[in-house]
Design a protein around this ligand. Sequence first.
Ligand code: NAP
Ligand code: F7E
Length: 384
Amino acid sequence: MNKKVALITGITGQDGAYLAEYLIKKGYIVHGVKRRSSMFNTERIDHLYQDPHVENRNLILHYGDLTDSLNLTRIIGETQPDEIYNLAAMSHVKVSFDTPEYTANADGLGVLRILEAVRLLRLSQKTRIYQASTSELYGLVQETPQKETTPFYPRSPYAVAKLYGYWITVNYREAYGMHASNGILFNHESPLRGETFVTRKVTRAISRIALGMQKKMYMGNLSAKRDWGHAKDYVRAMYAILQQDEPSDYVIATGVTTTIRDFIRMSFEAIGVGITFRGEGIDETAVLTSIDEQLFAEKAGEDYLEALRKRIGEDVVGVDPNYFRPTEVELLIGDATKARTRLGWEPEYSLSALIEDMLHNDLKLMKKDSYLKKGGYTILNYFE
Ligand code: NAP
Ligand code: F7E
């Protein structure tokens, strides 16, 4: 039997890496689009990489960019995919305020380029398309919890671009009968999360503080609430959406929401460190109040205990208004009933399990000699 062929844009990102591994395990041949960069940018998928001289490869990378329709059309034409997962995007909400035109081009028009390429290549009846839509579409939320029927109110150039991507996907489905679906995914994180998203920034900073490499972390809006899941659970949902007979749009979320403040507190607690928040607004800080020495020794290592003990009473978290956004999304909490009932999808990771996974990996990463010396990115076996 012929193997199924998937094309993943954004394969070098967090979700692309997990999805590629998931599909390869299912027996797919996976093609991925990666951007040209002046440095290697495939760290997250290096463990899956196969030399081009190997026969019958199941992972093949192509240079490309969502802003280049000729290139996308050629890649889709050459690979003739059964499934396309469009995960590529300028995905940072704060950065989208600095690069709004590029974000609109890549995250909005990029979706059109893929849909139109599939149509022009007469693949509309063969190729199924997954569009990476987002809970950021709900923005200034009109209903809580948010579900598929909740009206959108985007609050950033990123979200406005993704709104175009959402509707053009629906339009091509309705206009041309394409199997094109949106996954409206709420925030999902992992040890592979980009270092400037809030969860990863926190687990990295806590690891560094625990090991005596950093004094304090500076954060933005501590009161925003997010519904955080694990990326490993969320790529299962992407796949399940494309296996349905009928295309449709699905909210993927855990149904639990947590403030950034509580995420920080829970993450410190996970390695035995107690903190207390005090003050308000830009004067808010968190002070180190206690250490569960047994837990800390188990998680971070006994060698680091003495130095941290001396820091009890000191601030470890502060606020820097540079991290505030011109317009903020204050609350997100998703209702994934449709995904549960139609896809049979359930998340396996709780928020505590996600935090454990991220901290475990970041502590290991920070302890690596090469990392300490060069300050570089070291890949770990994050699928263990
Ligand atoms: P990510 O880690 O930032 O990965 C984004 C990927 O897109 C990277 O491979 C990046 O390449 C690539 N990319 C960026 N601009 C591109 C362009 N112009 N042309 C081609 N490739 C481009 O994001 P993620 O967390 O995996 O998210 C995957 C998708 O889901 C994104 O579309 C994101 O907007 C969406 N989403 C994410 C979440 C979440 O919580 N993670 C929630 C909802 C929706 P480089 O590696 O070269 O930068
Ligand atoms: O911010 C607040 C910040 O950057 C979460 C992307 O994957 O998920 C992500 O977008 C919250 C916001 O993710 C800092 O203001 C406080 O309220 O981790 P984030 P995001 O903006 O929710 C959605 C679903 C996507 O689709 C996006 O692609 O945390 N926050 N202090 C901070 N955020 C950051 N980054 N850094 C801080 O210091």
